[in-house]
Design a protein around this ligand. Sequence first.
Ligand code: SAH
Length: 223
Amino acid sequence: MYLVDLEDYNRRNSEREAMVKEQLIFRGIWNEAVQNSMLAVPRHLFVPEALREYAYCDGPLSIGEGQTISQPYIVAYMIEALNPSKNDIVLEIGTGSGYAAAVLSRLVAMVYTIERLPSHAKRAETLLKKLNYKNIEVIVGDGTRGLPDKAPFDGILVSAGAPMIPNSLLAQLKTEGRLIIPQGTKNAQELQLISKDAHGEIRKRSLGAVHFVPLIGEQGWEG
Ligand code: SAH
């Protein structure tokens, strides 16, 4: 039993190393803290058991109820663009499997992550607790409203595609804070980096084409 577990552990480790090298570093993810976090988080535990063999493949995977865990490269790309630092308080919208929250939590002080589907929120919360992540809080609700009680945030990461930039999220961003959000139609979005400078002025920069499941809520798509 012990040996089987050890073999599995070693195999996952080498799959993860290959993922970081071939999918992330070769494509320009140069932030070493982000690389190390992606090396450390056991992605295979965040996907449904039947898909575990594909956990380190170069694509998104279904996690049930029409939702997906994003492609590893996209998770790394968004988190690198968020430019996290260790004292940051970050809000994630769209917990899904909890994977991105886990990667993020190793780089910042605290992650609040909101999920609208109670079943996903529950599963993610249970797994994150089991893996001993102490600086992640999972909240069930509509993330398009942000999380006023804990605002303002150094960074906000939206893991679902929005028709527009929710006002509440802009309002809950600190000065010099960053918001990463896929914005566009239900089928195609552009990843936007929105930053608030020291004078409170908002800037927007496109980081390229992406495809996410829809952000559903008061300031998102209708469910
Ligand atoms: N970051 C996730 C993947 C997110 S998939 C991971 O690492 O696995 C997008 C998730 O956003 C889905 O689970 C979906 O239910 C959720 N979602 C969609 N609209 C939302 C909203 N308004 N508030 C919170 N979660 C939302």
